[in-house]
Design a protein around this ligand. Structure first.
Ligand SMILES: [Zn+2]
Length: 111
């Protein structure tokens, strides 16, 4: 499988999104890999694909996650800019997300 470089990572570590299942020492620290679908193991110094995508394996319960304080904001790896998730913002502000916000969000996510 060809590895595709990420443009963004989520602001919280993979475990925050219930991503799990890796054949490594439980004591090893993991974080987002620079490649999509992969995580990085600091102990083994290699990328791997976790068995379980956590919340990204299905429809994301944005309302529930936001209320639990789990952020879906992203960081642009190149610019270090934080990109707020407009759906989560709308939940916090108890309003509907606007088309303009969705468009702007999609534009930042594009490569
Ligand atoms: Zn490891």
């Amino acid at each position: 499988m060809e590895k595709i470089k990420r443009t963004h990572v989520y602001v919280m570590p993979p475990q925050s999104y219930e991503i799990s299942g890796w054949p490594v020492e439980p004591s090893h620290q993991v974080d987002w890999s620079e490649y999509e679908k992969h995580l990085w193991c600091f102990g083994c110094e290699k990328d791997f694909i976790p068995e379980n995508d956590g919340i990204f394996g299905g429809p994301i319960p944005i309302g529930a996650m936001t209320m639990l304080g789990i952020s879906l904001d992203r960081i642009n790896i190149k610019t270090h800019e934080v990109v707020k998730n407009p759906y989560a913002q709308a939940v916090l502000e108890k309003r509907e997300v606007t088309e303009e916000e969705i468009e702007r969000f999609r534009a930042t996510w594009a490569k």
